[in-house]
Design a protein around this ligand. Structure first.
Ligand code: VTB
Length: 332
């Protein structure tokens, strides 16, 4: 009796790529981690970008960077539109943030990660590097339980009611920025708690998916659009709701967005508007945070921890790796 493979080739390849993208974020994280605490954000970011690009170019894909280090004229590497991979294999969209939380890494503070997402070609939102308003909650709530345009206080009350708890049991994660003063005040006015982070809202949004362990029920505030799309891919895999709006407050930004296909500058994007198709998400810890352990350099061994997610099955894997002989294989 012949053995039949019942998995379609596209899905089979995607399963293999799940591990391949782990290699990519691992290498980026190790390269950045060598510069942790050196106070040089640019150098750490560049190290992560170089490593990520080198690894992406080994993959059996026809990849296009849709969320990258910036637009072509300002970013020499991993710019939006750059082709990556060996130019054979499935046509995929790539979103990267080689070092999310450059300041955290430079200052050796918790929570910096190397992260990327991969999706069917043409299915990720092509967003310019502008700010984005974001609200996110985890899985298990009716659609629309919170809304981007509702007040922070309203959203907290609605979420508490849906969760069946008192508002005082709700915690909202917010980037610590002066622009968020009203949001913070609005949340606290209800009796709910605010948890402030200095950077790292990709991980911040992911926290909402597991409130029991993270203590975070909702993410609220304005952060980078690239980080928003990466977080949307992660939530697409693990469940949850997100609503976002690009902040296109100048004609120049609206023009850049138009060129990337954004027709309605005021549009509210849900998760499926930002990640329409099958997608993969991976993040490796650079410095230890509440999501992932950071890179550890031991004698002869480098340890990494990565989370990798796949939307087709919703599988989430935490991969702890021990890397040996990196020099021999010129892996970083
Ligand atoms: C956030 C945060 C990032 O940028 O997206 C933030 O998650 C938004 O920009 O880690 P500002 O720093 O200007 O507020 C980062 O802090 C850095 O990319």
């Amino acid at each position: 009796m012949s053995t039949q493979i019942s998995v379609p080739p596209q899905l089979l390849l995607e399963r293999i790529l799940t591990l391949e993208i782990v290699r990519v974020t691992e290498r980026a994280a190790v390269s950045a981690a060598r510069l942790c605490g050196h106070g040089d954000e640019k150098a750490a970011d560049q190290a992560a970008v170089d490593a990520m690009r080198r690894e992406l170019n080994k993959l059996p894909i026809e990849g296009t960077v849709v969320i990258g280090e910036g637009e072509r004229d300002e970013a020499p590497m991993l710019y939006i539109g750059e082709k990556v991979g060996i130019n054979a294999g499935p046509r995929v969209d790539i979103a990267v943030d080689p070092l999310e939380g450059t300041t955290l890494c430079a200052k050796n503070m918790p929570g910096s990660i190397a992260t990327m997402a991969m999706a069917d070609g043409g299915t990720l939102l092509h967003a310019p590097d502008v700010y984005m308003q974001k609200i996110a909650v985890g899985p298990g709530y009716a659609k629309g339980v919170v809304e981007l345009d509702a007040t922070p206080a309203d959203n907290v009350r609605r979420l508490a009611k849906a969760k069946g708890v008192d508002v005082s049991a709700i915690t909202v994660l917010v980037l610590d920025r002066p622009r968020h003063a009203e949001i913070i005040q609005g949340v606290r006015s209800t009796g709910a708690a605010v948890r402030l982070i200095t950077d790292g809202d990709v991980a911040g949004v992911i926290h909402c998916a597991d409130p029991e362990n993270t203590g975070v029920d909702m993410y609220l505030g304005t952060g980078g659009a690239p980080e928003g799309v990466l977080a949307a891919v992660a939530l697409r895999c693990i469940g949850g709701q997100m609503q976002c709006r690009l902040i296109l407050d100048t004609e120049e930004k609206r023009e850049r967005a138009r060129e990337m296909g954004v027709t309605d500058p005021r549009m509210i994007y849900g998760i499926e508007d930002m990640a329409k198709g099958d997608c993969l998400f991976a993040a490796t810890g650079v410095t230890t945070g509440s999501l992932l352990s950071g890179v550890k350099f031991r004698k002869g061994v480098i340890e990494t921890e990565t989370v990798v997610m796949r939307s087709v099955t919703g599988t989430v894997r935490y991969i702890k790796a021990e890397h040996r002989q990196l020099e021999k294989f010129h892996l970083d």
